[in-house]
Write a protein that binds this ligand. Structure first.
Ligand SMILES: *Cc1c(COP(=O)(O)O)cnc(C)c1O
Length: 451
């Protein structure tokens, strides 16, 4: 064949039928989550007020592979398998000998990787007789994904959206309403946690930590309702591994294997989804660099501490051992709203602690610069979060240009930026601010850590 292959497709019958569970393969066992009230180890039944049994079982499962239910595969088939794309135009523009591949998760209906878990969570909740799902959303991607999934399974959905994003991204709200969900800016007057924050600071921009407190409180207060989390937890990362499992098959078809695997990290789920099947290979002896990319203004892995901390601001969620900036830390209002989380998935945190994965941080202007280069060469406008992964992939490719190494670089294209145009407007007008690493605020929040 003379034409150079650009897109490596997988046929729908070759879609993975199982998720990969990394828990039994970890170099050390995870330290257990603690109950926020008793401080004792969380028992599965402690989670029953907000999660269905099937998801609780996955959260603690020691089975290496878990079957994807038929009904979930059916919904996945609306957009999966997603294309693996060789970014030849970007390679040429950079003049690098490296090969760059990206896994295009932006082709899902809500435009990101998030429905991979939203669909699974809606399915298991529906099976358990739950009628309504409650959640938080940062940039609006998770709220969109859960409202999409809820509508497909005929469930109600309520979304608490971080206030600054609610104002920056009005079109996400319309998308969420179109799929039939209701949405409130957080902090809101609807919950005790929201009212407490508003009392202290009526102009609070909100944060993921605050919105999580509101959603958990709402879900725990109603029998017909459960909570759904879009990142961080083990079962969420599990569902996302369909990305990496597909990518592995696609690279095999292309006769390639990655030297470098890259993903941006908010709570860690898209990074985990792409990388965990390769982390397994690394643990089995393969030589791969696996890099998590975060914003300088919310540098959880690069500047945080590996400690027990709450997953939310009000201290209602289990206490988890993870890299954290302190649950009271409210990150600056950068445009990559999905990366504004004080903590990091416990599994990703452990892998970082053990030196199996690396982490780097970038300012938002450097990230947007990379995103614009990507849009001009490969055509797709990336989400601001995704720009961080692209920045790291470009920098790895530029290192190869210097050394002459022909590395294979794989990154996760976690989502498109069609609902983030106001941030591109600011970037193009030279009005995007780089926030310095908020050292003092982080110190204060870390000083408040109790464990
Ligand atoms: C939510 C989101 C992220 C960050 O969340 P993770 O759980 O770390 O993956 C990254 N990219 C996009 C496009 C998102 O929507």
């Amino acid at each position: 064949m003379s034409m150079k292959e650009k897109i490596i497709n997988l046929s729908q019958v070759d879609m993975p039928k199982r998720w990969y569970n990394i828990l039994p393969d970890l170099p050390k066992p995870l330290e257990p989550p603690l109950n926020p009230v008793t401080k004792k180890i969380v028992k599965p039944e402690d989670l029953q007020p907000i999660f269905p049994d099937a998801l609780i079982e996955q959260e603690f499962s020691d089975k290496p592979y878990i079957d994807i239910p038929e009904e979930v595969l059916e919904v996945y088939s609306l957009w999966r398998p997603t294309p693996l794309v060789r970014a030849r135009n970007l390679e040429k523009y950079l003049g690098t000998p490296a090969k760059i591949y990206y896994k295009n998760e932006s082709v899902s209906p809500p435009g990101s990787h998030k429905p991979n878990t939203a669909v699974a969570q809606a399915y298991y909740n529906k099976q358990a007789g739950v009628k309504r799902l409650v959640t938080e959303t940062g940039a609006g991607q998770w709220g969109s994904a859960l409202s999409f999934a809820s509508s497909l399974f005929g469930m109600e959905c309520t979304v608490y959206m971080v206030k600054v994003s609610y104002e920056q991204k009005p079109y996400r709200k319309i998308l969420i309403n179109t799929w039939g969900a209701e949405i409130y800016p957080s902090p809101s007057e609807r919950t005790e946690s929201g009212r407490k924050i508003l009392e202290k600071d009526p102009d609070s921009p909100g944060s993921l930590g605050i919105a999580i407190s509101e959603a958990v409180e709402d879900a725990a207060g109603r029998k017909d309702s459960n909570y759904a989390l879009g990142s961080v937890l083990n079962h969420v990362l599990l569902h996302q591994t369909v990305i990496g499992l597909e990518a592995k098959k696609q690279l095999e078809k292309a006769g390639d294997y990655p030297d470098v695997v890259i993903g941006c990290v908010g709570g860690g789920s898209n990074f985990a989804g792409l990388s965990f099947p390769f982390v397994k290979d690394k643990l089995d002896g393969k030589d791969i660099d696996i890099i998590a990319v975060e914003p300088t203004s919310c540098p959880t892995l690069t500047k945080g501490l590996y400690r027990y901390d709450y997953g939310d601001t009000a201290g209602m969620t289990p206490i988890m051992k993870m890299f954290t900036l302190g649950h009271t830390f409210i990150p600056p209002t950068i445009h990559a709203g999905g990366l504004r989380y004080h903590g990091m998935a416990p599994i990703v945190s452990l892998l970082h602690k053990e030196g199996i994965i690396d982490a780097v941080a970038y300012h938002q202007n450097a990230a947007f610069e990379a995103g614009v280069i990507f849009a001009k060469t490969e055509g797709i406008l990336p989400a601001p979060e995704t720009n961080h992964a692209i920045r790291a992939a470009i920098d790895e490719a530029l290192k190869c240009k210097e050394t002459g190494e022909e590395k294979t670089i794989l990154f996760n294209f976690s989502g498109h930026g069609f609902f983030d145009l106001s941030s591109y407007e600011k970037y193009l007008a030279g009005q995007l601010k780089d926030y310095e690493y908020p050292e003092e605020k982080i110190k204060e929040a870390i000083a408040e850590l109790k464990f």
